[in-house]
Ligand binder design. Structure first.
Ligand code: 6MZ
Length: 348
């Protein structure tokens, strides 16, 4: 009698607490620092575009290894074949982020020349869409796709430098440069380092560098870590899964952790085994960390969903502090104000 009633009350209290936690996390004010525009295409939009073009989309049914991810990016790039579609996927993603409680986002994308338009047109289009966003502050990181090689990157960045001088919107919206692309491609960071040095030291912008995405060290890790240590606040690490705790000790550069993406590419059975998240929540002296989505369209994830996954695997943990750390590592200082404004407005 009494024991059963007590048990039922305890179970009910547990369910209620869990429901409240999840509602709070879904609503809480967040920041997104690592999201690739084309990888963030809505799955429904991707399927529709692929069907309209008669493209084989069988790769979407396969398990997300790194190799499959890059097959999917190739499919997405065939589907996103005009600046109009680029603008649509950017608007849709901003809408999804805002609904997930995101106050500030740094979106990243690799400029492409599409249908007779130039890479500069691509950058201008994306900056225009980001500058028009309402209810969310959006900035852009220009991506360098390592698989295209350093000459292509130098050409793209020269155009961006020119645009920043001639277009006030581009100048305001572009806040950094990202180093991404297939980590198994032949070009290492050393081939691009001079370009990132220029971005960091001459342009005064941030560098978001993919590093150690696969457990096999890609030979870039030491060089990227040395580059970061020179000016830690101007550099963030994407993934950084292959770093050891000792290598990272005392490093002030933030790590952009992408739970679903990392679990897929590392083939983790449980998020509890994520090396960086584990260290962040279980040991002291590990670098600050942000929770990010990487490619919502490829991994079928969402920003709020990633926070919930971390909560389920490591909670109770201080997710507000994670957001504050991320805001402090944003490449535009206006992020802090965007976060404060949303917190004041929604009281979360
Ligand atoms: C490395 C990635 C990535 O630039 O066309 N990208 N690079 N590792 C990852 N982990 C899964 N996820 C995305 O968006 C798609 C491009 O982003 C990079 C790749 O270069 C991919 O082609 P954009 O908007």
């Amino acid at each position: 009698g009494a024991a059963a009633t007590g048990l039922a009350a305890a179970v009910a209290a547990h369910i209620l607490r869990r429901w409240r936690d999840r509602r709070r996390i879904r609503r809480m004010t967040k920041v997104e620092l690592h999201a690739h525009l084309n990888g963030s295409i809505r799955p429904a939009t991707l399927k529709r575009l692929a069907a309209e073009r008669g493209l084989d989309a069988a790769c979407l049914d396969r398990k997300r290894t790194l190799e499959v991810c890059f097959e999917i990016f190739a499919l997405i790039h065939k589907c996103v074949d005009s600046l109009e579609i680029v603008a649509v996927i950017a608007r849709e993603f901003l809408e999804d982020l805002r609904a997930d409680g995101c106050a500030y986002v740094e979106l990243r994308t690799t400029p492409r020349a599409l249908q007779g338009r130039t890479e500069a047109d691509y950058v201008r289009t994306v900056c225009r869409v980001l500058s028009e966003a309402s209810g969310i502050t959006a900035r852009l990181l220009v991506s360098v796709d390592r698989s295209r090689g350093p000459e292509a990157a130098a050409k793209t960045l020269a155009e961006v430098a020119q645009l920043r001088r001639s277009d006030a919107t581009v100048d305001r919206i572009v806040v950094g440069v990202d180093f991404s692309g297939n980590p198994t491609s032949k070009h290492g960071f050393d081939a691009f380092e001079h370009l990132f040095r220029e971005v960091r030291d001459q342009w005064g912008l941030g560098c978001a560098l993919h590093v150690g995405e696969t457990p096999r060290s890609d030979g870039d890790s030491a060089k990227i870590l040395a580059f970061a240590r020179e000016k830690p606040r101007r550099v963030r690490f994407g993934h950084a899964l292959a770093f050891s705790d000792d290598e990272l000790r005392g490093c002030a550069s933030l790590i952009e952790a992408c739970p679903s993406s990392n679990a897929a590419t590392l083939d983790l059975a449980r998020l509890e085994d994520h090396p960086r998240l584990w260290c962040h929540f279980h040991s002291t002296g590990s670098p600050p960390l942000a929770i990010c989505t990487d490619d919502t369209g490829v991994f079928g994830c969402s920003l709020a969903g990633e926070y919930l996954k971390v909560w389920d695997a490591f909670g109770p943990v201080d997710l507000v502090r994670v957001v504050d750390d991320a805001a402090a590592a944003a490449f535009d200082a206006c992020c802090g104000e965007a976060v404060r404004r949303r917190r004041a407005m929604y009281n979360v």
